[in-house]
Ligand binder design. Structure first.
Ligand code: HEC
Length: 478
């Protein structure tokens, strides 16, 4: 019996070489002093594996049709065995992947592990970062509730402002002029076929390069990377201080992998997946929509930018980020690796992390989104009994202007503060602006009557003069 087994194994090995190949992978020498620093990469891989498994399970039930997706998700969440847990695993797996990719990148950057000969490893990693973000973004829409749809509409709106090609980009994203069934099919195809295939490809390349070039040793201050001598020094280091990857170094990866799985499962079980909001309905604005946490900061940046700069930023900032990330290993692939000798690298990381955190905090207070619980202005805030102005104040609330615009410190911040808008715009300009919309402002031409417009404009015109001279408010507007 044993003999047969051994002969089968030998025959298999003879024909494939896979046993000695994997044996080599497991036992290849790595620097022995890296401690817990290099566990993040394999942690990302573990999170990705969770995504593959839970994603396939979810896809067996999911229907990418605008008519059924909402009901199917309700079914998965509330009726299917372990459905809620599965959705939770998939959501927290995605969160973990994004978080761990970030940590992995920071560690690689700070320790100069992207320097010669590992430049292509960094570049394939940058590709993986973008594909991972695209996975998160496309996955969010598959939830197909108000929030998901709203976040995608907003993204399309932003993309649409790219100069020259904006219209085509937005149309490509949505699969048509507006968000609908075609968008859902498109996002589904990207989310389950194209993007995962890209991830597998880049992960393959990434891991191949890890084996080909070896894992960096720990950085030592004063020990510079010199492409002419690096390979020889690395060989020598492995000979003197190398340890086999398994088990000497890899046991830490196993411990961390276990921790990642347990944490994600615990979050999925105790916290659960994002709540499913209302089914999407284009004629109703979502209540409290908010993109998933890892994208929140970007929406906040866009909402907080001065008016007119959004378009520039939309295009320039992602381009700059991509170019910068791709240039990192080109510009700085030699020299010192230790962070204590690279103050600018450390400062850059601190700056980026701090700004992201600040925007994230700002974004979670949601100034980027309409404020849907804005109450009508009180009589005291209207400050006058002049009928057109009172009617205008009511229209301002009833038509949702207040969701996006602040007046006298009251209302949302999606659009500009309108307290002193009369300074900037004439009566005619105001009428045109409100009727036509533009930017992120909806058009109200078909919604407001002529009289409504008059009253709204009267109300807006009355604002700037009111606080100073409330008594004359009724006659204050020109
Ligand atoms: C969904 C959010 C939203 C709603 C609802 C909305 N607006 Fe706006 N509004 C905006 C945005 C964003 C801008 C800035 C557009 C731009 O980039 O030029 C704007 C611009 C304006 C301007 C021009 C301000 C200036 O300083 O140039 C006026 C006036 C205005 N809105 C009035 C209204 C009125 C009146 C209503 C209700 C009938 C309304 N808005 C509803 C988002 C909104």
């Amino acid at each position: 019996m044993r003999n047969i087994l051994k002969r089968a194994v030998d025959a298999f090995e003879d024909r494939t070489g896979l046993i000695s190949f994997f044996g080599y992978l497991m036992r290849h020498p790595v620097p022995g002093d890296t401690g817990w620093w290099y566990v993040f990469g394999s942690a990302v891989l573990v999170a990705f594996m969770i995504q593959v498994v839970t994603g396939i399970a979810l896809a067996t039930r999911y229907v990418a049709s605008s008519g059924s997706a909402y009901q199917v998700l309700q079914f998965i969440t509330y009726h299917a065995v372990l459905g809620n847990f599965l959705r939770g695993m998939h959501f927290f797996g995605a969160s973990a992947m994004i978080l761990l990719v970030g940590v992995h990148m920071i560690q690689v950057f700070l320790m100069g592990c992207y320097k010669y000969p590992r430049e292509f490893n960094w570049i394939s990693g940058v590709m993986l970062l973008f594909v991972t973000i695209a996975m998160g973004f496309s996955g969010q829409l598959l939830r197909w509730d108000q929030t998901a749809v709203w976040a995608t509409v907003l993204a399309a709106e932003m993309l649409g402002r790219t100069p020259f090609i904006g219209k085509y980009l937005a149309r490509f994203l949505l699969g048509g002029k507006t968000l609908g069934g075609a968008t859902l099919s498109r996002f589904f195809a990207f989310h389950v076929f194209f993007l995962p295939a890209a991830i597998f490809m880049f992960v393959g390349l990434h891991l191949y390069l890890v084996i080909h070039d070896g894992i960096s040793a720990m950085p030592v201050p004063g020990q510079k990377v010199n492409p002419e001598t690096y390979r020889a020094e690395y060989e020598k280091l492995l000979e003197e201080h190398g340890v086999p990857f398994w088990p000497d170094a890899a046991w830490r990866d196993v411990v961390v992998a276990f921790g990642v799985v347990v944490t994600i499962a615990a979050l999925a079980y105790f916290v659960g997946p994002p709540h499913l909001g209302e089914p999407p309905n284009p004629s109703v604005l979502a209540n409290d929509p908010s993109p998933d946490w890892y994208m929140l900061w970007y929406y906040a940046v866009l909402a907080l930018l001065p008016r007119g700069m959004e378009s520039v930023f939309m295009v320039a900032a992602p381009m700059a980020a991509i170019v910068f990330l791709l240039l990192v290993p080109v510009l700085w692939n030699k020299g010192e690796r230790h962070p204590s000798r690279r103050p600018w690298a450390v400062a850059a990381v601190i700056m980026i992390v701090l700004s992201l955190t600040a925007f994230w905090i700002e974004g979670s207070r949601a100034p980027w989104s309409p404020k849907f619980d804005a109450q009508p202005l009180s009589a005291a805030q209207v400050g006058t009994t002049s009928p057109p102005i009172v009617a205008g104040a009511l229209l301002f609330h009833d038509n949702g202007c207040e969701f996006c615009h602040t007046v006298d410190g009251h209302g949302g911040m999606r659009g500009p503060d309108l307290t002193d808008v009369a300074h900037r715009l004439s009566v005619d300009d105001l009428r045109i602006r409100i009727a036509n919309g533009g930017g992120n402002m909806p058009s109200f031409a078909g919604i407001l009557t002529h009289d409504d417009l008059d009253n709204l404009v009267a109300f807006l015109e009355s604002r700037e003069t009111l606080p100073a001279a409330p008594a004359q408010a009724a006659s204050a507007h020109p």
